[in-house]
Every structure is written in structure tokens, then in C-alpha cells.
Write a protein that binds this ligand. Structure first.
Ligand SMILES: [Zn+2]
Length: 284
């Protein structure tokens, strides 16, 4: 049976300020994100499914509304979903000093685990802005990272992974294209190549591919492809995107209807990243 993993990048209201281009800040959108998370949790209950939420660590810190989303994080964990880290304040990792890189990784894990309590272990990390996309030891280089490894440790997936392992993370979601792929498919239009991206494991640490993002037609097609080929499919979504454009919410509703159909026919099963990787430690 095909496995479907929905990974939500829960940016939380602080990332609307720490974003590289925060100048279209809208306060109401901060409030709407929480309502979108509630809606997402409802779809999981309807499907009997578990999702993965990568949460910006600052949301787990004691602060003020609407930046303090500790109650939302607790609600997510109590419902049995996986909580992963999405850094501490959605930093551009390639620009960080080694100290900052270490701290955003360490502090976000600490504060999310503290917020959930009950010896909860955060296993996963989702790179903010999907950066770096360079991975030197695997022949991937992206000038869009705007910094160079090894001068900047956070400018290579391998460099970030070393720090994650040091702080007992078990997986990171990655989005990179080795040079050979760019040579045969410069614009990244080859869908099969993208959907065939594999999970990579090295000394107990896992690199999770990002197969598709949001819920437009390419993701609907990806879902059919996964069912047909009996493949694992990792979909990245943003609760914050639902208030950005109404079309995004409509797309998600359409996607969930299709998923429910496949679940009924026992063609697909939804799971968290840690459950898929058989990492027992996460959760209660
Ligand atoms: Zn994000």
C-alpha cells in the first residue's frame, strides 16, 4: 500500500516578522493560521490519520498572543500527530554563524519538548525556506543559498545534518537536486524524477525527500502516481497558505476528498515521518 506523509510547515506568527520579506505583514493572517491548524486537525480526525507538524520553536516559548501558540502545539501532540522542529525563528540557515546554527537547532528542540512535556522527543527538522539546497558531498550546489560551505556551515545539507545529529535529531526534510539531474532536466520539469526521490539513511540519521508542495494539480497528480506505483509520497503544506489565498484551501479540500477515497479503497495509508522510519522514540 502506498504511504502518504503530510508534513505541515507551521511557521507560527513570529515567522511573519522574521521572514526575509515581512513587509506585507497582516495581523489578521496571524490569527487565521491557528484556525487553519484547527481545520487541518479536523480533517485528520475524519480520516483517522496522523500528520507531521514542523513548528517554529518560538511558538513554544512563553510570550503573548498570537505569537504564543503553546496551546496549539499541545493540542497537536495530544491528538497523536508528530511534532518536529522548523528552527527557532525561521532563520536563513546559510547565513548563520556556527554558534547561531547550533542554538536554533538546540533551543527549538528543547522548547518544543518542554512545551509538550511527558518526555516527548522531537525527532525531525524541517529546513526554514527549504534552505540550504546545496549538498556538497552529494554533488548538489544551489547558488540561491547565497553562502558557501564550508565558510558557512549552514550552507550545505551535510553541514546542517552534522549539527542535527549532535543534538539527537533523527531526520531532516530536504529538497536538493544533484548536478547530474540539473544537466538532464535544467528547469526541474521532470515530475517522475522528482517523485522518485528516495529516503536516504546514514548512520541512523534519515534524509526525507520533499516530493511535492501545497495541494494544486501537481500534488493531485502526484497522489495518483503514488497509488499507481505503490510509492511513498511526502507532501509539504503550510497552514498559513490557506488565508493567503482562498484557492489554497479549496485545493486542500479537493486533495483530502481524493485521499479519503483512496483510504476507503485501502490503496493508501497516512503516516507520520517517524512512524514511517520506525523511530519509536517520538510520541507518548
Ligand atoms: Zn517555513
Amino acid at each position: 500500500m502506498a504511504k502518504l506523509m503530510l508534513v505541515w510547515d507551521y511557521d507560527t506568527p513570529i515567522a511573519r516578522i522574521t521572514a526575509t520579506k515581512p513587509y506585507n505583514y497582516v495581523f489578521e493572517a496571524c490569527l487565521e493560521e491557528e484556525a487553519s491548524v484547527d481545520f487541518i486537525l479536523q480533517t485528520a480526525r475524519d480520516l483517522g490519520a496522523k500528520y507531521t507538524f514542523a513548528v517554529v520553536g518560538f511558538g513554544a516559548e512563553k510570550s503573548v498572543a498570537p505569537f504564543d501558540v503553546r496551546h496549539v502545539i499541545q493540542k497537536i501532540a495530544i491528538a497523536g500527530h508528530e511534532v518536529a522542529s522548523h528552527s527557532w525563528k525561521h532563520e536563513w540557515l546559510p547565513f548563520l554563524t556556527p554558534y547561531q546554527l547550533e542554538k536554533t537547532i538546540e533551543r527549538s528542540k528543547f522548547i518544543l519538548e518542554d512545551c509538550i512535556g511527558d518526555n516527548y522527543k522531537v525527532n525531525g527538522f524541517v529546513l526554514p525556506h527549504d534552505r540550504p539546497m546545496s549538498w556538497y558531498s552529494r554533488g548538489a550546489f544551489s547558488s540561491g543559498d547565497r553562502a558557501l560551505y564550508p565558510l558557512a556551515k549552514g550552507a550545505s545539507i551535510g553541514g546542517v545534518a552534522n549539527v542535527l545529529q549532535k543534538h539527537n535529531y533523527r531526520w531532516v526534510r530536504v529538497n536538493y537536486r544533484p548536478l547530474w539531474q540539473k544537466l538532464v532536466d535544467w528547469k526541474g520539469e521532470n515530475r517522475a524524477m522528482r517523485l522518485n526521490r528516495k529516503f536516504v539513511s546514514a548512520s541512523g540519521f534519515h534524509f526525507v525527500p520533499e516530493h511535492t508542495m501545497e495541494f494544486g494539480q501537481p500534488t493531485l497528480d502526484a497522489l495518483q502516481w503514488a497509488v499507481r506505483h505503490d510509492k511513498p509520497l511526502v507532501v509539504a503544506g503550510h497552514p498559513g497558505a490557506f488565508s493567503f489565498r482562498k484557492e489554497n484551501l479549496d485545493n486542500f479540500k479537493r486533495f483530502i476528498e481524493l485521499v479519503a477515497n483512496h483510504v476507503d479503497k485501502k490503496e493508501i495509508e497516512l503516516t507520520t515521518i517517524s512512524d514511517y522510519l520506525n523511530l519509536q522514540e517520538h510520541g507518548r
